[in-house]
Design a protein around this ligand. Sequence first.
Ligand SMILES: Nc1ncnc2c1ncn2[C@@H]1O[C@H](COP(=O)(O)OP(=O)(O)O)[C@@H](O)[C@H]1O
Ligand SMILES: [Mg+2]
Length: 339
Amino acid sequence: MKRLRVLVLMDEAFVPPDSLEGVSDEEMLEWKTEYDVLTTLEEMGHDARPLGVSDDLGAIRDALLEWKPDITFNLLEEFHGVAVFDAHVVSYLELMKQPYTGCNPRGLMLAHDKALSKKLLAYHRIPTPKFLVYPRGRRVHRPTRLHYPLLVKSVIEEASLGISTKSLVDNDRQLQDRVEYVHRELDTDALVEEYIKGREFYVGVLGNQRLQTLPVWEMVFKNLPPDMPNIATAKVKWDVETQKKLGIETHQAKDLDETEVAAISRLCKRIYRALSLSGYARMDLRRSEAGQIYVLEANPNPNLSYGEDFAESAHAAGIPYDQLLQRILNLGLRYKGYV
Ligand SMILES: Nc1ncnc2c1ncn2[C@@H]1O[C@H](COP(=O)(O)OP(=O)(O)O)[C@@H](O)[C@H]1O
Ligand SMILES: [Mg+2]
């Protein structure tokens, strides 16, 4: 294996400290992905160097010109505090002719706009919940073509930001309140979807042209109160107390037969291609009680922390963490964009 100079691009706030001395587990959670990637790349024999940025493209330019990395490992999640600007930073890397890991700008742009991606998926007859977009500054009209219960979320936000049990609405009154909440608190347009009652699956995909899917992963709620929906709210995703209380676990989905797993794998590859994704991504799916699979969203550049769903499902497929990072580097080096 060739020793590579890898510039690990990350948010300024998430640059790990030089030493772990005196660092609490909670503090470490903030920059665990960055830490895991940097230390693993070093252990693998690569020359990995962190670059933290927030709003200065100059810092990226200087690092590229002075250090001449073979590749940039892209862990950046926002620029100027704006999540969708990550696509522009990757465009800049392309303009600098710099190979990078993860998704290309076009895929990032398409997948980050949930409404736009659903329109593309509909063209390809890929099942996704029926939906409406409620733009900011417009009256909340009755959703005549949709059936309650509905789920209200932001059209562009990630990480379940703004998603709580109140996001699930049963009538016009609750719908109006929640759409106004998304407009006011998240300052984005609202996406309103039919609620798919059922199991929740996550499927990792790796590749540029030739794609590999990872085993189907499931989020389970072992202590879900009977009147509570199994929604991956912000608290379920990020609050350890809530996770303990509801008995949240993620592991390989059990009791799916081979034919169904193969069908899910084919579906995820179609989603990946329909949205022009590259590098690696994770699909969020729901399986209705009737057994129909729906895609909720595609996540390019998903969380790469050691021990998190993507890495765990790769592990289950026989790809340990260091090999996973090497695969991601190789895909980045081989990716041919516009040039
Ligand atoms: N149409 C839907 N039906 C059922 N659950 C949904 C639906 N949309 C979102 N959810 C729930 O909300 C969570 C977050 O929604 P998602 O679209 O994946 O946004 P995010 O980008 O914040 O992860 C999902 O993991 C799922 O639990
Ligand atoms: Mg999601």
